[in-house]
Design a protein around this ligand. Structure first.
Ligand code: NAD
Ligand code: UDX
Length: 493
């Protein structure tokens, strides 16, 4: 089919939900059905109260309000959606494997495989299958094998399948803006005539709002690999500036000044050079580990080591931040109250996956701290769930006690029970409640509202000396010092 009028998307998460909402908004002539096996998620997408959408993204409520029940539908009926659609996006999660071969490194493709098998079982007509999830290079081959084997199994009906790779480059917190106005859309397809026709059909969809010259078409392996490469390059910039932040602290240089100075070189560019407590989010670490695993698989150990260092440095940065808190508070935080401003992995999202806050909290809890959290968008249940999940899934190769990090020897981390976590971690509804009587404040997320607080009021209610560890370099250091705070930033010598 050349003109697509019916699209299905399997997976109603942070990618499937917003991308399909925008396709539906911009293509009123296409019926878009987003399906998921999680009935609660679907119910939330269908809630008339738009503040209950399962994904918080600025502007997303308006897009959903415009398109939902017009040509955008959310449903748990995966089979009907597959049957009716000409084009099916696979947008399910591809987390790091937590078991067996490739544990802790490789992408777990079981959800993607299930989707392919289900499409193969249900389809009676030709389908274009689009990989929207981030996948290791050559996954399209596996999907194709599964799809084709079904046509052998069902003589008489022989739907033809095309597989496209269409990785998503949106960033959370700016998803709607990124989808409305992408730097580029990338579509990889097979080189035969069917493949080319399928690519053209998907180009037509995006061309409803994206200028043609920004829609790139490539061979399918290039498209798959470009997604891992883009995330690896972006994360590498952060680890590079974070590595230098450590040197800034030793030498008296200011990392924000260094970043500005190098970022004005047009070859380097100013974006993505913000030193921080460490990158988080569901993508960077997972995709780099996946890339590292692929390189090892193809016997390229030097290439694997090179990229693995980006993740190691990020672990180091999170530990370094925590250690600075402990060192500054006279070498122990036992029984001390540490207030966390922010738990999300970045501002303007309710997503907490791989947030630096989780790791910093865990390490402070190992030293028996009491943690009081305020985040504008993250509920308490999520915070407890994140800490509980970490207890069961510490990556063995980067445990806190990594002896190679000089001066950071400590016991192997203890596994905290749910009860212990609930005793030591408290979640508050206001920043003032979280910081009252605190020994120190740690800023973990760069929410804009943190700058606007009544910092004098916060100071007055804290224990003295009142320490602030700004893991995002967002607060006004001079003003806070004037009030009386002892403030430490990242890379501020
Ligand atoms: P997510 O966990 O938010 O959503 C995935 C959804 O898929 C879940 O709701 C889950 O219930 C559903 N699902 C899993 N198996 C299913 C099945 N067999 N049938 C129906 N539904 C099923 O994940 P996400 O953040 O949206 O990421 C999805 C993919 O997109 C990943 O591969 C990720 O790497 C990639 N990606 C994510 C981002 C991002 O910013 N989050 C950006 C670009 C790419
Ligand atoms: C990333 C990619 O940017 C996006 O293209 C891809 O589709 C998914 O992965 P995301 O993880 O949503 O997006 O957010 P991003 O803005 O990239 O931030 C990732 C992490 O890096 C956050 O924790 C952020 O705070 C941190 N970061 C980002 C820095 O510490 N410094 C920076 O300069 C930029």
């Amino acid at each position: 089919p050349n003109k697509v009028t019916n699209i299905a998307c399997i997976g109603a998460g942070y990618v499937g939900g917003p991308t399909m909402a925008v396709i539906a908004q911009k293509c009123p002539h296409i019926k878009v059905t987003v399906v998921d096996i999680n009935p609660e998620r679907i119910a939330d997408w269908n809630d008339t109260d738009l503040s209950k959408l399962p994904v918080y993204e600025p502007g997303l409520d308006q897009v959903v309000a415009e398109a939902r029940d017009r040509n955008l539908f959310f449903s748990t009926d995966v089979e009907s959606a597959i049957r009716e659609a000409q084009m099916i996006f696979i947008s399910v999660n591809t987390p790091t494997k937590t078991y067996g071969v490739g544990k802790g490194m490789a992408a777990d493709l079981k959800y993607v495989e299930l989707c392919a098998r289900q499409i193969a079982e249900v389809a009676t007509e030709d389908k274009i299958v689009v990989e929207k999830s981030t996948l290791p290079v050559r996954t399209a081959q596996a999907i194709r094998t599964i799809l084709d084997s079904s046509t052998d199994a069902m003589p008489g009906v022989s739907p033809r399948f095309s597989v496209l790779s269409n990785p998503e480059f949106l960033a959370e917190g700016t998803a709607v803006k990124d989808l409305h106005n992408p730097d580029r859309v990338l579509i990889g397809g097979e080189e035969d005539e069917d493949g080319q026709r399928a690519m053209e059909a998907l180009v037509e969809v995006y061309a409803n709002w994206v200028p043609r010259e920004r829609i790139l078409t490539t061979r399918i392996w290039s498209s798959e690999l470009s997604k891992l490469t883009a995330n690896a390059f972006l994360a590498q910039r952060i680890s590079s500036i974070n590595a230098l932040s450590a040197l800034c602290e030793k030498t008296g240089a200011d990392v924000d000044e260094v970043a500005h100075a190098i970022g004005t070189d047009t070859r380097i560019g100013p974006k993505f050079l913000k030193a921080s407590v460490g990158f988080g989010g569901s993508c960077f670490q997972k995709d780099i580990l996946n890339l590292v695993y692929l390189c090892r698989h193809f016997n390229l150990p030097e290439v694997a080591d090179y990229w693995e260092q980006v993740v190691k440095l990020n672990d180091y940065q999170k530990h370094r931040f925590t250690k600075q808190i402990i060192d500054t508070l006279f070498n122990t935080v036992s029984g001390k109250k540490i207030a966390f401003l922010g738990w999300a992995f970045k501002k303007d999202t309710n997503d907490t996956r791989e947030s630096a806050a989780i790791y910093v909290a865990d390490e402070l809890l190992q030293d028996h701290a009491e943690i009081h959290v305020y985040d504008p968008k993250v509920p308490a249940v999520r915070i407890y769930a994140d800490l509980e999940y970490l207890q069961a899934h510490r990556r063995p190769q980067f445990v806190i006690a990594t002896p190679t990090i000089r001066g950071m020897q400590s016991d192997a981390p203890a596994t905290l029970s749910s009860q212990e976590i609930r005793q030591l971690v408290h979640v508050h509804k206001t920043p003032y409640a979280a910081t009252e009587k605190a020994h120190a404040i740690a800023v973990l997320t760069e929410w804009n509202e943190f700058r606007t607080y009544d910092w004098q009021k916060i100071y007055d209610a804290m224990r003295k000396p009142a320490f602030v560890f700004d893991g995002r370099n967002i607060l006004d250091r001079e003003e806070l010092k004037k009030i009386g705070f002892e403030i430490k930033g990242i890379g501020k010598g």
